[in-house]
Design a binder for this molecule. Structure first.
Ligand SMILES: [Zn+2]
Length: 263
């Protein structure tokens, strides 16, 4: 297997993975989507809310705020020594108190400990007018997206197989004429291949091939070479999300292997 980084930002990654198999990439993708735990607000006590929004709408917005998650410091509440009562090992607490003209932002949530400060601090929660106020307390706990979408840290993970577009050399004139019918900057001819200006143009090419009944161009996909891309909501960096997801996969394989040995 070979890994090349095409783009690696804190919230977006594009990786080129060669000599792999779609089932491997897909299992990693599924783990990222539904198994990777993250913090999300799960319990809210509203002491005062005289804003224009109902308590339920504010609660909904609060539960979607990405909370920086350090999995090495946290455990699931159900597995915690506190037996579900809530303690610093399984629960992160925030308070919010704001009064008077202005927008309440995610960054107004004050953590009990500084290290849990919300990094995505410019997400608007509600606009306050006059002497309106919002005073509340929240508890965030670990959860998985398979139980609720608010615990989904990785967004839009997907992979595309490497595509080769070849044509019948004897029909080079037809190919050239066909390419002139495509929107500008879609594709070029290079040796015996058609090269797309960018991978997203494949759908345009396919659409026009179907429309014009083109039989002199063939598109082939290589399932062993893929481009894998995903984003995070900010609870993790892309690198953290990838490493934590791989740890979960490893654990699953180890469990399964143990079960087989015990047979
Ligand atoms: Zn606990």
């Amino acid at each position: 297997m070979k890994l090349d980084i095409l783009e690696l930002k804190s919230k977006k990654a594009v990786l080129k993975i060669e000599d792999t198999k779609p089932y491997f990439i897909n299992s990693l993708r599924r783990v990222m989507l539904s198994e990777l735990p993250k913090l999300a607000v799960d319990d809210i006590v509203i002491y005062d809310n005289t804003s224009a929004l109902f308590d339920e709408i504010i609660s909904h917005r609060l539960s979607l705020i990405p909370i920086p998650t350090d999995l090495s410091l946290l455990t699931f509440r159900t597995d915690c020594v506190c037996k579900g009562k809530g303690c610093p090992n399984c629960t992160v607490r925030y308070t919010l108190s704001k009064e008077g003209e202005g927008t309440v932002f995610s960054g107004d949530l004050q953590p009990a400990e500084k290290s849990w400060a919300i990094k995505e601090d410019k997400i608007p929660i509600v606009e306050l007018y006059g002497d309106q106020r919002l005073i509340l307390e929240v508890e965030a706990i670990l959860g998985r997206a398979r139980d609720h979408a608010k615990w989904q840290a990785v967004l839009a993970p997907g992979y595309k197989m490497e595509t080769t577009i070849q044509f019948d050399k004897k029909k080079i004139d037809d190919v050239k004429e066909f390419l002139t019918k495509l929107p500008e900057d879609t594709a070029d001819i290079k040796a015996d291949k058609i090269i797309l200006r960018d991978n997203k143009k494949l759908a345009i090419l396919q659409y026009h091939m179907e429309k014009e009944n083109v039989d002199f161009i063939t598109i082939s996909k290589d399932p062993n070479n893929v481009t894998f891309s995903f984003e995070t909501d900010g609870s993790f960096t892309t690198k953290e999300a990838m490493i934590e997801s791989i740890k979960i996969l490893e654990k699953k394989y180890a469990e399964f292997s143990k079960l087989l040995k015990d047979l």
